[in-house]
Design a protein around this ligand. Structure first.
Ligand SMILES: [Zn+2]
Length: 126
């Protein structure tokens, strides 16, 4: 279906034509509206000093880090710290970026620390 360029950044979507399968129409419309909404996310404007973006959209229009923490790095940090570095609690753990990822913090081990979920939540942001 050809779409008007004017529709790209709005919530305007062609009405159901009465011919296309209604479930297919709704699924396609909802996916497209979700994609447009996601494209407006401020997260997509965050960039590293070299200009590379910190977040991207997945094919399902979810935001995803362009440089996600690997599970091996995560395990390495938990192994090193052994408990929550703030309160000493045991597992389950979350691995925290000391300088937040969104602020350009790296996935290097020296920028990562092990926190329990309540401590991580109290820090705010991810
Ligand atoms: Zn804790």
């Amino acid at each position: 279906m050809a779409r008007d360029r004017a529709n790209i950044n709005t919530n305007i979507y062609p009405p159901w034509d009465g011919v296309e399968n209604l479930d297919v129409y709704r699924w396609t419309r909802d996916r497209e509206l979700k994609r447009r909404k996601a494209l407006e996310s401020k997260m997509l404007t965050h960039k590293r000093p070299d200009g590379t973006p910190l977040y991207k959209l997945t094919s399902g229009s979810n935001l995803s880090r362009t440089d996600p923490l690997t599970s091996s790095r995560r395990s390495e940090v938990i192994e090193r710290d052994k408990s929550c570095v703030w309160c000493g609690a045991g597992a389950p753990f979350e691995v925290d970026h000391i300088m937040r990822y969104v602020d350009g913090g790296s996935n290097d081990a020296d920028n990562l620390q092990t926190l329990c979920e309540p401590c991580h939540r109290s820090k705010g942001g991810r």
